[in-house]
Design a protein around this ligand. Sequence first.
Ligand code: MN
Length: 420
Amino acid sequence: MPLLKSWVESANNATTEFPLNNLPYGVFSIGDTPPRCGIAIGDFILDTAAIENAGLLTGLPPLLCQQPSWNALMSTGAATWALFRTSITNLLTEGAASRADVEPHLYPLSDAIMHMPFVVAEFTDFYAGRHHATNVGTMFRGAENALPPNWLHIPIGYNGRASSVVVSGSDIQRPWGQLKSPDQTKPAFMPSRRFDLELEMGAIVGQASTGPVSVDQAQSMIFGFVLLNDWSARDIQAWEYQPLGPFQAKATATTISPWIVSAIALEQFRVPLPARETPLLPYLDSPNDAIYNVDLDVTLAPVGKAPTTIAQTNYREMYYSAAQQLAHHSSSGCPMRTGDLLGSGTISGPEKNQRGSLLELSWGGKEPLTLDTGETRTFLEDGDTLTLSGRAQGDGFTIGFGECSGTLTPALSNPQNTSN
Ligand code: MN
């Protein structure tokens, strides 16, 4: 599909992340006005709460845009998502008769403060990138036993914390934790010294389920995708993770991009999953399953300095799709809810500059990375700003997610005195 032309001129520029082909969902405010639902188009945000109030959305259920989150629309299911998108597309298409009614509800993106685009019901994070799992496994267990024996059969995951998911632009405070580094003889409670990022995509469940769902059903339940940085304290993790997996190491924060790019917008970027090394059990297998071709990169900017690109990879490097993860998640009968967020797992490619974490990029801290500023990094320093971005390249247009950014602030001087 070529570029769809809009009467919003900036949406037709080859450089925009938000052409008419995208129409991502966000929640924004301008000045002191309350947060409300909006859709990005070129350099603007369409106030969809106002558009709905003005009666410009026809043939749709009422009250889809009146909360400061997209959960109401998300809960309706794929048929209504498509109708809603068509309705917005018609309003913004070049030559649309309704332009005069719609135009007053556009606000410059540069004036907007972005908020969480949806209410996160629960957060589950996976370990589904083969290159990442192989790299980490090699560091900890040696190349021979890099992949755990279950890895090629199960999308391995753990239940994270919805409460710690924040929108891009939120500061991240270096955590304290109980940790025991290789150079320590006994555990200590201290600020993490190996604080890291994980480059991931987040899949967002729209339609809820009450029992096991197939991969095909799972695919139709996914409303859209965000960029996701799963901040990770490696030293806390190394000490705490056996036998039940990560806990406090992953509980500080997870940052997502402000825009949800819909599954419909990404449809034309579907590509086959990597070849299966060993056949999957039937409940995880579907000929209709796919992954998405989305270029991803990460920059690191020391405080007051220019950013350096530290990793470039692609979402298609994942071994398991979001639909497989969702099908597996529900296989026990676990109900899935509107607003459930599934982290893909760290996305690393086969090359060194394609690794989606500092753990891998610095090979466990043994091979410091040199930034363009001349500084080196093994793990994150206070003041570092991490920014994830993602782009799907269409025929004459680009679909983006906006920046997924966060700055690391120093650890508290005494975390025991902060109870409130
Ligand atoms: Mn993760």
